[in-house]
Write a protein that binds this ligand. Structure first.
Ligand code: S3P
Length: 172
């Protein structure tokens, strides 16, 4: 269990996983990886196109494989797509790992993700859809998390520091 990512970030869309993940990687002097980006690179198209062309189920299968590969093969900071925790196998893979859940409230989510969402799951009514997603997922984020860090009213630097503190990691 000592191999694998130094930090895994989970949380809903817009919680800042990519921004904070890149900051953390820089501060720790390790590479950053993002399973959404891995999928886009491997498939050669955007996630919204994968959803449109082949549906969510197909995307989730690609995501499951991308997460398994990254958890096994990446020793830096890893950010997972917001829905990755829906998968039982993924949650089992994360057990015992240094997982940080970036939480935020709905108003902050709508401010950050906005209405022009390139995110297929929030395209119609972001506030309501975000609430529904969180009702279905909050307990899953909490289940896999070693630490929970609230991001509301915090800058990415402050969130990164809070994660380092909570996981008892020191930067370089
Ligand atoms: C999703 C979150 C997105 C992306 C896809 C589905 C979700 O990732 O994987 O649009 O189900 O919450 P981010 O959380 O990185 O935006």
């Amino acid at each position: 269990m000592s191999d694998g990512p130094l930090i895994v970030l989970v949380g809903p869309m817009g919680s800042g996983k990519s921004t904070v993940g890149a900051l953390l990687a820089e501060r720790l002097g390790v590479p950053y990886r993002d399973t959404d980006a891995d999928i886009v690179a491997a498939e050669g198209r955007e996630i919204s196109d994968i959803f449109l062309d082949e549906g969510e189920e197909h995307f989730r299968a690609l995501e499951r494989a991308a997460v398994a590969a990254a958890v096994a093969g990446h020793a830096g900071v890893l950010a997972l797509g917001g829905g990755a925790v829906l998968d039982d196998g993924t949650r089992a893979l994360l057990a015992g790992r240094p997982v940080a859940y970036l939480s935020m409230d709905v108003e902050e989510a709508v401010r950050r993700v906005g209405l022009g969402a390139a995110r297929p799951l929030l395209a119609v009514n972001p506030r309501r859809q975000w609430r529904e997603l969180m009702d279905a997922r909050r307990h899953l984020y909490t289940e896999v998390a070693r630490v929970v860090v609230a991001t509301d009213d915090r800058t990415p630097d402050e969130v990164a520091q809070a994660i380092l503190d909570a996981l008892e990691l020191k930067d370089v």
